[in-house]
Design a protein around this ligand. Structure first.
Ligand SMILES: [Ca+2]
Length: 474
C-alpha cells in the first residue's frame, strides 16, 4: 500500500514529550501536542505547530511535552447563589447562548454529513455515528490548554522509562510473546520495540482514552484549533465504521482523536492497521495481535531497518560543535568517528550510513548517535524525547542499559512566560525568532544558537535561566 502522506499520528515537542512537534519532515498532518507524560499520550493534548504527523497524533506545533495540562475540575464548587433577578437574567443569557451554540453545532454536523455522503459513506453509518453525537466542551478545554511549564527531557524520561514501566514491559513481552513474535517475523520490528511503543502510548493499554472518537473529532472539527485536519480525521473515522471494523460505541481514544492501544489517528488506521488474528476485522482496541502488527506495519513503512540498533549513547570530543547535533545532519559512523565521536567504554559505535548526533539537554547532558530506526520512531511521534523514550524503554525491556551519562538536573526548565521573555530579548538583540509565543520551537532554538555563537558560548541552542538573565542584562 502506498505510504500515506501522513502517518498515523502527530507528534510532540522537541524537547520533552510528545506534544507538539517540530516538523522534521512532512509526515503528516497533525501532531497532537500531547503531553504525554507518564501515562501515555492518550491523555495529552495536541500541539499546535506544524509538524510531521505521526502515527497517531495530530499536527501540532513544536512544543515540548511536558507538562500535563492542569485541566481538572475544581475540587469544590461554590455554593449556588440565591437567585436574584440579575442572576436569573444572566442564566437566561447563558441558556440562550448555549442553545445558539448547539444549533450551530447541529448545522455543522448536517453539513458534514452531506460531505461524508458525497464521499460514499453509507447513510446507515452516518445515522449511527451522528444521531447521538455530542459536543464535548472538555475536548475544547484540552485543545486550548497551554501548560505554563514544560518538563525537561530527564524528567520526561524518568517517567517514560521508569523501573515500573520497564518491569511491566518485560511482563507484557512474556504475556504476548506469540503476538509480538508474529509481528516481528512479518515486519522486522523487534518485539521489545513494539511493547515499548505500547507502554509509551497507553501505558500498555491501561490508558488509551475513553473519549468517543466521533464526538471528539466532531467537536474539534466544529471548534478546534485545526478544524480542517479534524474534519478529515472525522471522515476517516466514518470510513472505518463504514467498513465494519469497529462500531461507534467501541471507537474510543484520546480527546485528540488518537485511538486504541497504540493511539492511531483514523487516517493512520486506514493506511496501516492490519488484521493479524484473522477474524476479518482490524481491531486496535481489543486484539493485541492486531495492535502489534499494525504498529509494526507503521514502523516498517516509516523506514525501519531490520537488524539495526536505534543508536547508542556516545562521548563527544572537547570542543564539539553542537550545531552539528541535529537529526537534520546525517553522516556515516566513520565520519562521526573521525570527528572524535567515541563509544562509551567497552562498546562499539553502531554502524550507520547516515547517522545523527543528538544532545537533548545541550552541552552539559548525554549525547547519542542515532540511525534510521530512531527516525522511524520519529515518524510515529515527532519528538526526540519521545523517540529516545521508546528506544531506551525497548533497550531496558531487552535487558540492556539505561543512560550512563548524567543529566544536568540542576537546570530548571523555563516557564512559558520565561520563554516569551527569552524570545523578546533575542528579538531586541537582533536575533529574530518570530512573534514571541512562549514555545521553544526551531526558530527560537536557532535564535539561541546565533546568540551563543556571537557570545562565544557552546552553540547547543539549549535555553537556561542563566542564558535568559544574560540576554536581559546590559
Ligand atoms: Ca482482527
Amino acid at each position: 500500500m502506498p505510504l500515506p502522506a501522513v502517518p498515523a499520528r502527530p507528534a510532540l515537542p522537541d524537547t520533552c514529550c510528545p506534544t507538539r512537534r517540530v516538523a522534521l519532515r512532512p509526515l503528516g498532518v497533525l501532531a497532537l501536542a500531547t503531553a504525554v507524560a507518564l501515562t501515555g499520550c492518550a491523555a495529552t493534548p495536541p500541539a499546535t505547530t506544524a509538524g510531521p504527523p505521526s502515527a497517531r497524533k495530530p499536527p501540532g506545533a513544536e512544543a515540548q511535552v511536558a507538562a500535563l495540562p492542569a485541566g481538572s475540575a475544581p475540587a469544590s464548587r461554590p455554593a449556588a447563589p440565591a437567585k436574584t433577578p440579575a442572576a436569573a437574567a444572566t442564566a437566561a443569557d447563558t441558556g440562550a447562548q448555549q442553545a445558539a451554540e448547539e444549533a450551530d453545532f447541529s448545522r455543522w454536523i448536517a453539513d458534514f454529513q452531506r460531505r461524508a455522503a458525497a464521499q460514499g459513506v453509507r447513510s446507515a453509518t452516518l445515522h449511527n455515528a451522528f444521531d447521538r453525537v455530542r459536543f464535548q466542551p472538555r475536548v475544547i478545554e484540552l485543545d486550548r490548554s497551554q501548560p505554563e511549564f514544560t518538563r525537561q527531557v530527564w524528567d520526561y524520561l524518568d517517567g517514560a522509562v521508569s523501573a515500573q514501566r520497564v518491569a511491566q514491559g518485560k511482563a507484557k513481552l512474556q504475556q504476548y510473546r506469540a503476538e509480538t513474535a508474529q509481528a516481528q517475523a512479518r515486519y522486522g520490528v523487534p518485539a521489545a520495540v513494539l511493547v515499548a511503543i505500547w507502554g509509551m502510548e497507553s501505558n500498555y493499554g491501561g490508558n488509551f482514552g475513553n473519549f468517543s472518537t466521533i464526538d471528539a473529532l466532531a467537536t474539534l472539527g466544529f471548534e478546534g484549533r485545526r478544524r480542517e485536519w479534524a474534519s478529515n480525521e472525522l471522515l476517516a473515522a466514518l470510513k472505518i465504521i463504514d467498513s465494519g471494523d469497529i462500531d461507534r460505541a467501541r471507537m474510543t481514544g484520546s480527546w485528540a482523536g488518537a485511538m486504541g492501544h497504540t493511539q492511531f489517528l483514523p487516517s493512520s488506521y486506514l493506511g496501516y492497521a492490519v488484521d493479524a488474528d484473522g477474524d476479518g476485522r482490524r481491531d486496535i482496541w481489543g486484539s493485541i495481535a492486531d495492535v502489534m502488527a499494525s504498529t509494526a506495519n507503521y514502523l516498517a513503512r516509516s523506514g525501519w531497518q531490520p537488524g539495526q540498533p536505534w543508536g547508542a549513547e556516545v562521548r563527544l570530543p572537547p570542543g564539539f560543535d553542537y550545531e552539528r547535533a541535529d537529526t537534520a545532519l546525517r553522516q556515516s559512523t566513520s565520519q562521526w568517528a573521525a570527528a572524535g565521536v567515541a563509544p562509551l567504554d567497552g562498546q562499539a559505535l553502531p554502524d550507520f550510513a547516515d547517522g545523527s548526533v543528538i544532545a537533548p539537554a545541550g552541552a552539559r547532558g548525554p549525547a547519542f548517535l542515532v540511525g534510521p530506526n530512531f527516525r522511524a520512531v520519529l515518524r510515529y511521534n515527532n519528538s526526540n524525547s519521545y523517540a529516545l523514550g521508546v528506544s531506551l524503554l525497548a533497550q531496558r525491556i531487552d535487558g540492556g542499559p539505561g543512560v550512563v551519562g548524567s543529566w544536568p538536573r540542576d537546570l530548571k526548565s523555563l516557564s512559558r512566560t520565561q520563554v516569551r521573555a527569552l524570545q523578546t530579548a533575542l528579538g531586541e538583540r537582533g536575533f529574530d525568532t518570530g512573534t514571541p509565543d512562549g514555545v521553544m520551537g526551531p526558530a527560537t532554538r536557532d535564535g539561541v544558537r546565533r546568540y551563543q555563537r556571537g557570545a562565544g558560548l557552546p552553540v547547543d541552542g539549549f535555553p537556561t535561566v542563566e542564558l535568559l538573565q544574560q540576554l536581559q542584562g546590559p
